[in-house]
Design a protein around this ligand. Structure first.
Ligand code: SF4
Length: 376
């Protein structure tokens, strides 16, 4: 089974922390949808397997008109074999959606919504330069439910400048009242080429320090665990059966096609990275050329990607799979590191599955890097 990701590179305004590819100039939106359709046609042979998931991300896909969205989905159905009952997710900002629009989206096939709420604190929304209000966030969730889209995810953040423990507790309490079946909860990362990055360089950003961010992450994990959410991936929590199938397929090394400026594709052996520039993307697609860079994965790349991504999941890193698929014996490659992680209760090793404990999740990437295969 494969997945299709569509990148919609437009936003109403730039959030101060965001490093994704987007433009606030939406005048080319219609033209870009046409060229996304063109790219889908050009890439129709990329996936040999049926498409099980379609994910519209961005940017802000909820800025698309219903007919633009239908054009994209119809093009996927026209050129690919789509499995029955695919998961079709739309990322949305709370200020874009009414019951009417959501009802139309549902009729077009959208059956999962990922809503970018980030925080329920008005002063933090302003600090992040989000375009929506707290009231918009509640209205959007309510509207989705009225439209019959119950497979909802909300995005929240911790480690925000000025976000005290009590503000985070308040956000978690509100999230539990809203009671979505899926919550994505990310720690703020300060990216260099953002407004926050600029403020941080000038010492103007009141950043949460590392120990405090770790305490906030622990609070998130404890609170959502106590409320019955399964942390099926380090930043993703859900009620049973509401895992994101699309995102899970990334962690399971399934093939996917990414379409649109800055989108990535993966076929097991290579990754393709589309250009991060709307004008150049349009220009080249109009000439029938997809502007992308290709990375051929080395055996070590594949092993290390597998370790990095699976260690972040509740399913864990399967040592038998690593050996069978890549000929990599993790236990003999890094015996001392594994012993130390076990002694410090950062990992568990049971039935050939290596998993992070709660303490290990606080430093997941550091632990994964210690287990990597070295380039020969
Ligand atoms: S709406 Fe999303 S993609 Fe757009 S700037 Fe904000 S965080 Fe980035």
């Amino acid at each position: 089974m494969g997945g299709v990701y569509i990148h919609v590179p437009f936003c109403k305004q730039a959030c101060y922390y965001c490093d994704f590819h987007f433009s606030v100039n939406t005048t080319q939106q219609g033209e870009l949808v046409d060229q996304i359709a063109r790219e889908l046609e050009l890439q129709k042979d990329y996936l040999q397997e049926p498409v099980q998931t379609i994910y519209l991300g961005g940017g802000t896909p909820s800025l698309l008109t219903t007919s633009q969205l239908e054009k994209i989905l119809n093009t996927v159905y026209k050129h690919f074999s789509v499995a029955s009952l695919p998961e079709i997710t739309l990322e949305a900002n709370p200020d874009d959606l009414s019951v009417e629009k959501l009802t139309a989206l549902k009729q077009s096939g959208v059956n999962r919504l990922s809503i970018g709420i980030q925080t329920f604190q008005p002063e933090l929304l302003r600090l992040l330069n989000r375009a929506h209000s707290v009231a918009d966030a509640h209205r959007c969730v309510e509207a989705a439910r009225q439209a019959g889209i119950n497979n909802l995810s909300i995005d929240l953040m911790f480690g925000l400048p000025g976000q005290t423990t009590s503000l985070l507790e308040a956000d978690l309490a509100t999230a539990l009242q809203v009671n979505p079946p899926h919550i994505s909860l990310y720690s703020l990362t300060i990216e260099e080429k953002t407004v926050f990055g600029n403020w941080a360089r000038k010492g103007k950003l009141q950043q949460v320090n590392e120990p405090e961010a770790a305490r906030q992450f622990e609070l998130v994990m404890e609170t959502l665990d106590a409320a019955g959410y399964l942390q099926y991936e380090i930043s993703n929590y859900c009620r049973s059966g509401y895992e994101s199938k699309h995102n899970s397929s990334y962690w399971q090394r399934k093939k996917y096609l990414g379409v649109g400026p800055s989108a990535h594709s993966f076929n097991g052996n290579t990754r393709q990275f589309n250009i991060r520039n709307n004008a150049r993307y349009l220009q080249q697609l109009k000439q029938g050329v997809i502007p992308f860079e290709l990375e051929v994965l080395t055996p070590e790349n594949k092993i290390n990607e597998y370790i990095l991504t699976t260690l972040r999941t509740a399913a864990g890193c399967n040592l038998g799979f690593l050996l069978k698929e890549f000929g990599f014996n993790l236990l003999t490659a890094h015996p001392a590191a594994i012993q130390q992680m076990l002694a410090q209760q950062q990992i568990t090793l049971d039935g050939g599955l290596l998993k992070l404990t709660r303490a290990g999740k606080l430093i997941a990437d550091t632990l994964a890097a210690e287990l990597f295969a070295l380039e020969k």
